[in-house]
Design a protein around this ligand. Structure first.
Ligand code: ASP
Length: 332
C-alpha cells in the first residue's frame, strides 16, 4: 500500500474510533475461553487506611450489580473529594510553585485504559481518565490538553490549593526547602490511592489517583498515571497498583512487573515481594524510599508488600472490612 493511501485510511480509522470507542468497557467478554467463569466472591482492595472509605464507596456500586470498573472509579472519586486528604484530589499538596497538579489512571478487564497527568483545577481526574478511555482513541492526555478536554466535557472544576494547604506551602517556601530533599512518603497523610476490584463475574479493574510528590518540580509526573507503573491489569492473570516514590516505581515498571510475576505462578503477595526486591536492587540510596504494591489475581487472591514497615491496605468483601498490614523488606 502506498504511504499516502495508508495515511488516508488511518485518518478514516481515527475518526471512526473517535466516534465509537474500540471496545466498550462494560462489554461482556466472559464467554471468551481465556476468561473462565469466576466462582469466587467480589472483593476490593485499596492502598492505605483511606482505602477503607474508598472501598465502601465502590462496594456500594458492586452490591447494586455494577462492574468492578464502576467500583474503582467511585472509590477513587470518594478520596478525590476528601478535603482532609493531602495526597489526592482537592486537598492535595501543590508543586513548588503552588499549583496542585493531579495524575490518575484507570484500567479494565478488556485492557482498556485511560490516563491524565498534570491536570489542574478538575475535581475528578479519575473520571476524566475513564472518559478518555471510553470516548477517544487515545489513552493519555496531560496538562493543558487534559484540562481542555475536561472542560469541554463539563467535568466539575475546583479551586486549589485549599487555603490551609496554601498556608503550608507558603511556610515551606519561606523555609526554602531544597528539591533534592526526599519527601516523607510513608506518612498516612501523603499517599496515593490505588484501588483494585474483582466483581462477582470475575472482572478485574483498577484505578490510581494522586496529587503526587509534594513540592515537586512543575511538570513532574510520577508513576500513578503511567499504565504499567502505577497500575496494570491483565485479565489473563490479575492486576496490581503501586504507591510510594514514583520515580523508583517507574524505573522497574512496577505494577506490570507484579502482574508478570503472577503470570509465572507467583501468589499476589510473592509477586509484590519480588517486585519490591527488584526495586531495592536498582537503588543504592534507600533513604525515604518507601514503595508498596498490592495485587489481585483471577482467583480473587490478594496480597501486598512494601519496602519499609508501616504500609497497609484496606480489604472489603461481603463479610470483611479490614485494614491489612503487609510484610516488608526492612524497618525504618
Ligand atoms: N506514587 C505517587 C507519586 O510518585 C506518590 C505516592 O504514592 O505517595 O506521584
Amino acid at each position: 500500500m502506498k504511504r499516502r493511501s495508508f495515511v488516508k485510511l488511518s485518518a478514516v480509522g481515527l475518526v471512526a474510533s473517535i466516534v465509537k470507542p474500540a471496545l466498550a468497557a462494560d462489554e461482556d467478554m466472559i464467554s471468551d475461553p481465556l476468561f473462565p467463569s469466576y466462582d469466587g466472591e467480589a472483593k476490593m482492595i485499596s492502598t492505605w487506611s483511606h482505602g477503607q472509605e474508598a472501598n465502601r464507596a465502590g462496594w456500594k456500586l458492586m452490591e447494586e450489580g455494577k462492574s468492578s470498573l464502576e467500583a474503582v472509579e467511585a472509590g477513587a472519586r470518594h478520596t478525590e473529594s476528601d478535603i482532609t486528604n493531602r495526597s489526592v484530589g482537592i486537598g492535595g499538596m501543590p508543586d513548588r510553585e503552588g499549583h496542585v497538579t493531579l495524575d490518575a489512571c484507570i484500567m479494565d478487564w478488556n485492557s482498556n485504559c485511560g490516563s491524565v497527568g498534570f491536570l489542574e483545577g478538575i475535581a475528578h481526574p479519575v473520571s476524566v481518565a475513564k472518559h478518555i478511555m471510553q470516548n477517544t482513541p487515545h489513552i493519555m492526555l496531560v496538562g493543558a490538553g487534559a484540562k481542555q478536554y475536561a472542560l469541554k466535557n463539563k467535568f466539575e472544576t475546583i479551586k486549589t490549593p485549599l487555603p490551609e494547604v496554601k498556608k503550608e506551602w507558603e511556610k515551606w517556601k519561606k523555609e526554602q526547602a531544597a528539591i533534592a530533599k526526599k519527601p516523607e512518603i510513608n506518612h498516612e497523610n501523603h499517599d496515593t490511592i490505588g484501588l483494585l476490584a474483582i466483581d462477582d463475574q470475575g472482572r478485574i479493574s483498577g484505578a490510581c489517583t494522586t496529587s503526587g510528590w509534594a513540592y515537586k518540580l512543575p511538570g513532574r509526573l510520577g508513576d500513578s498515571p503511567i499504565i504499567g507503573s502505577g497500575l496494570f491489569i491483565d485479565q489473563e492473570v490479575g492486576g496490581a497498583v503501586a504507591t510510594g516514590l514514583g520515580e523508583s516505581i517507574i524505573r522497574i515498571a512496577g505494577s506490570h512487573t507484579v502482574v508478570e510475576l503472577m503470570r509465572q505462578g507467583k501468589s499476589p503477595e510473592q509477586a509484590c515481594k519480588e517486585t519490591v526486591e527488584r526495586l531495592i536492587r536498582k537503588h543504592k540510596d534507600m533513604s525515604g524510599l518507601q514503595c508498596a504494591f498490592i495485587a489481585i489475581n483471577t482467583k480473587g487472591e490478594v496480597g501486598g508488600y512494601s519496602v519499609f514497615n508501616g504500609f497497609n491496605y484496606a480489604l472489603k468483601t461481603k463479610n470483611q472490612d479490614v485494614l491489612v498490614d503487609t510484610l516488608f523488606d526492612r524497618k525504618w
